[in-house]
Design a protein around this ligand. Structure first.
Ligand SMILES: Cc1ncc(COP(=O)(O)O)c(C=O)c1O
Length: 511
């Protein structure tokens, strides 16, 4: 008898055979393999159709319309079963038809890159074989693939060979690891306390971390999660290019010391989320050294520059950091999630290392078994490294860097194009691929620009032909392009700007 067939009593107390859906278990059984092949083919077919059918990055459907579709699905319905064809057809209506397409050349809103097909092949291996990267006995060769890519990233960062790293779920988690090491490094060196065992000293409420006032919000969020509170962040004003003002940094460190607070770290951003601006890393490193502070670099956005011969000098100074964040799912064209955290000295791992007898015992470590869980704040962890592996093996470093270089050219074109127009105000020269500007058609009516530009962003999203975003600079609303798609042409950019003008004029007519 098929072991997955069981009997149960039906409502009339008759014994009936229940057939478990055996073909859906990923296995080496003929029925499992055949179902796997057929199903994957159908999924790829449906996705390909979605690509072919969609002409715009979004359909512009409202929240109300999309929510209504879900109102029809009752929790009771999860007791029913359906064919794959049915579920894909239903998904088409619920999600696929209106999904926002990051790969569309006119999607230039957030830091979402188009992704590379080799990474999707890798995703199939990752999710099908489902290795977990916490221990050697769950990942085997996968661990060595990840270790090789950690070695590669340490090399492009210019970190010493004694450095180490780990793939993480994203820049937020990588930044958290940087701040955690900074906190515990300070405690270990200044108190008779082992923070891993005893928690934080009473002084911890006075710890201060310095970063520019346009750095990523995850720093604040992480400091609150790490028990130091969001007030631990001392935001340093930026110069006209949105880079940390280092004079102000030095003053702020002194001021905090005089207030009785305790500086522990500086975070430099290599590619701010809004402007792509890169803080003066070599000077910040010198200030950190002089004040005996941890130096973390958040290169979540700018990390991709490291592999570009043309642009890597912009990140000079990152090699001096104690730790760094790199988001492969931004400027290395990887699918979410794929990110890394790197430290210049592998001994820092001791701050987070934990031995679980069932997973990575001390004995295993003594035997030299490479269990990655000791370096991670996650336990079960995806084999995200495989995507970067496929990318480098198939496209190579030069091919990969050419994509970001093209996006940077598009940003430079946009900045030039807008600066030549009288109806736009551009407030910086793009250092990477983000461009912040606003539509300013009427001189002397500055007060209306916030409403006008807010309206433009919303109207464009509701229309769906092109997606851009907005941000605030000194409380004023600005529009923002984040150009990452090498397939975005100058014609696309001109057409998006025409749409901005169109929606701006429509707003002006009505108001
Ligand atoms: C500079 C910077 N750091 C960190 C992050 C957070 O990265 P993630 O979204 O991968 O957690 C972002 C996200 O946009 C970012 O721009």
């Amino acid at each position: 008898m098929n072991i997955l067939e069981q009997t149960k009593q039906d409502s009339k107390n008759k014994l009936v055979v229940v057939n478990h859906p055996r073909e859906h278990i990923f296995s080496n059984e003929k029925i499992g393999i055949s179902n796997y092949k057929k199903s994957m083919k159908k999924a790829i077919h449906a996705i390909s159709n979605t690509l072919k059918d969609r002409k715009t990055p979004f359909t512009g459907k409202s929240i109300a319309v999309l929510r209504e579709k879900f109102n029809k699905i009752q929790l009771e319905h999860f007791k029913e079963t359906h064919s794959l064809e049915y579920v894909i057809e239903e998904l088409k209506e619920l999600y696929l038809d209106d999904c926002v397409h990051f790969h569309h050349p006119k999607y230039i809103a957030h830091l979402n890159c188009p992704i590379l097909t080799p990474t999707l092949v890798a995703e199939t291996f990752i999710s099908s074989l489902n290795s977990s990267m916490d221990t050697w006995d769950q990942s085997t060769g996968g661990t060595f693939i990840e270790l090789k890519l950690i070695e590669w990233t340490l090399d492009i960062l210019g970190f010493p060979t004694e450095g180490d790293g780990i793939f993480t779920s994203g820049g937020t988690q990588s930044n958290m690891m940087g701040l955690l090491l900074a906190r515990d490094f300070y405690i270990k060196n200044n108190y008779d306390i082992d923070p891993k065992m005893e928690g934080l000293p009473a002084d911890a409420s006075k710890f201060r971390v310095f970063c520019s006032d346009v750095s990523h919000f995850s720093l604040k969020k992480n400091l609150s999660l790490l028990g130091l509170g969001q007030n631990a962040v001392i935001p340093i004003t930026v110069d006209a290019d949105f880079k940390m003002d280092v004079k102000k940094l030095e003053l702020a460190i002194e001021e905090q010391k005089q207030l009785g607070n305790i500086p522990i770290a500086i975070v430099g951003t290599a590619g701010t989320t809004d402007f792509g601006s890169i803080d003066p890393l070599p000077i910040i490193s010198a200030i950190a050294k002089q004040n005996k502070l941890w130096f973390h670099v958040d290169a979540a956005y700018g990390g991709g520059l490291l592999i570009s011969e043309k642009h890597k000098s912009k990140l000079r100074g990152i090699e001096l950091a104690d730790s760094a964040t790199i988001d492969y799912h931004k400027t290395f064209y990887q699918p979410v999630s794929s990110s890394g955290f790197f430290m210049r000295d592998k001994s820092f791992i001791d701050y987070i290392k934990y031995h679980a007898d069932y997973l990575n015992s001390k004995e295993q470590e003594e035997e030299g078994i490479p269990n990655m869980v000791k370096k991670s704040i996650q336990t079960t962890r995806r084999f995200d490294a495989l995507k970067l592996w496929f990318t480098l093996r198939m496209i190579g470093v030069e091919g990969l860097s050419s994509y970001l270089e093209k996006a940077i050219e598009s940003a430079q074109f946009t900045a030039q194009y807008l600066s030549e127009r009288k109806d736009f105000e551009i407030i910086h020269q793009p250092e990477i691929s983000a461009v912040v500007f606003r539509y300013t058609p009427y001189s002397g009516l500055d007060a209306t620009y916030c409403n006008l530009n807010s309206h433009i962003r919303k109207a464009m999203f509701n229309e769906g032909k092109a997606i851009i975003t907005s941000t605030k600079v000194k409380e004023e609303v600005f529009l923002k392009f984040t150009l990452l798609n090498p397939l975005t042409t100058t014609k696309d950019i001109e057409e998006v700007i025409d749409l901005i003008v169109f929606h701006g004029q429509q707003y002006s007519l009505k108001n």
